[in-house]
Ligand binder design. Sequence first.
Ligand SMILES: Nc1ncnc2c1ncn2[C@@H]1O[C@H](COP(=O)(O)OP(=O)(O)OP(=O)(O)O)[C@@H](O)[C@H]1O
Ligand SMILES: [Mg+2]
Length: 658
Amino acid sequence: MRLHTVRLELRPGRPDAWPMRQIADWDPLRGFVPPFEHLDPARERLTMCVDLLPVAPRELVPLRRRILSAVRRREMRDSLVTINGVNDWVMPAENIERQVERSGLLAKVGRSDPFFRVQILISASSPSRERARELVERTYAAWEQFSGQNYLGAMGTPLLGWWFLGSNAPWRRSWFDLRSRTGLHTGRRLLTARELAGLLKPWTRQCEAPIVLRGERELPVPELAASTGMVICEVKGRPVALADEDARYHVHAIAPTGKGKSTLLASMVLARIERGLASIVIDPGLKGDVVRRDLLPRIPERDWERVVVLDPSRGRERPLGLNLLEAAAPEQHELIADQVTYVFRSLFQNSWGARMDDVMHTSLLTLLRRPGSTLCDLPQLLLDDETRRAWTRGLQDPLGLELFWREWSRLSESERNQRCGPILARLRTVLMRPTVRNLLGQSRSTFDLTRIVDEGGVLLVALPGGELGPGTSSLLGALLVARIWQAVQARSSRPEHERPDALLAIDEAHRVVRLPQLEEILVEARSLRLGLLLGHQHMGQLPADLKAAIGANVHTRIAFQAEQDAAELAAWMRPAGAADLAGLRQFEVAVRLCVAGHSEPAFIGMTRPPAPELGPDHASRLAAAALARWGRPRAEVEAEMLERYRGPAGSSEEEEWA
Ligand SMILES: Nc1ncnc2c1ncn2[C@@H]1O[C@H](COP(=O)(O)OP(=O)(O)OP(=O)(O)O)[C@@H](O)[C@H]1O
Ligand SMILES: [Mg+2]
């Protein structure tokens, strides 16, 4: 096969005094990715050498002085512009423009930055000459980012006919190849370190790769990586999977929207379900993609018995029950009250004060003492004297709860309203929704989280923010995570081998991460055999301490193509660099896999497309079956609540609830 080679040398186009653009705030290498990305590595080759020769200190002073005095004397020795030349006489506006430019010139030499002589050589080989030329031109185009008052121009544009001076003239070709091969340096033009800083940034991180050729870099798959289990991606046709034991070290998947994160998350969860392991999915995304689109249509009928589907807006007519205050051992009361209060505080953080914390926490502790209470009892406890008297009788806590309620009963009505009004208003925004009220207001939960995590159950929670409202969706998500964590913590009294593996997958995790426990969970869940799988779009969504916790405790990291986060993520994805992350193709991932408890170096693979659906009405049949098993008729639930909240005198509050 005959290969055509096209060469191009670049040099600063104007004299040394003119500065190039200084790039500080983005990664210029991104501009170079496209030509390399579209390369066919089997037949084509594209190289770009940037040779720099530092100017020796003793030459530096005279050089700088020469440039400075040229600027001062306004002799720019530039064919394009002569400041204060004859033309300025007739074109004063341009003169002013040049005066402005001049301050830029002084900026280049006014600082004591080191100088480099620079030589940039681009060459491409391809079976088609046109294609080789296109590759060279696209690489050249990327240098445009550096154009300021100076720019990089192509050397050897034909002047006296290509055969003599053009870049394809035979003597030029061999001269170019010699320099490119040996690094022999003949550059005369100067650039400062500051001008080069932006351009050198990507290379300084990976100096060992002077030829940036995508796909050629060796990022091998860890030798002992599993190939069955939770398959993450394929590398050269070989599946690479996360072993069940290693899922305990948590997984973090990050990708801008539409890259395939939910699809990957769902396929990993499906693999768990298939092997009979406990799996919980919380999906507070706007549409509820993971549960509704990816999971329900793909869970085979034999597993349906284990599946609980919690989708409040779809299960309107057969609500499930989840009583947050149910049946806890007395030693758990504090923990539950803390967690629920914290979730509310973090959701309404801008308008939540210390006094509200106190009222909410005490009320929850009081309700927890009374079996069958629910979160919906809170208004009744705070507002209704008679109910309160009945519910706070015999608390046996003279210095704590009793004291509080005694003081409460002494407050005037308006003082009381002042203290609990804000809480009730916040609570109302949540409990006003019948779907949520029917879920949280049932005094007995209709499904048992402890059984789900201990007996290989499957809980699929769809909390579509678009239907429930984003606030309610994150609140429910956070309350559920808190509740699941309580169930898992209860395992700590059992020996380790009696704690079966469970997985908690949270898509759009940033919506529910405002939890005090999430960091605690990341640290402690492993020994309790709970693995976390967190997915979201970008680093900015994570609060600082959670980011640190993920950085320290998550052992499997998956990153799809990243733009803005590439540099930050690269620190987690070694040895893959920012350029590797920025250059990932659609559905391609960089993965740091945990193998036997150790986070292996990153490699790159291709995720799998979603598995085929199991039939057109599969999802709705599964949802209906799950609701029939775990839900209760809405009329029954509402009648029960009506009964409970009927005022003590029987009739006065009936209208309010009817
Ligand atoms: N490996 C793959 N091959 C082909 N198609 C895929 C692959 N992975 C995902 N897809 C498809 O890409 C689309 C987007 O995927 P997905 O919804 O999982 O993205 P996402 O990262 O979760 O986006 P968002 O952040 O918006 O939720 C889906 O239609 C999915 O079927
Ligand atoms: Mg998604």
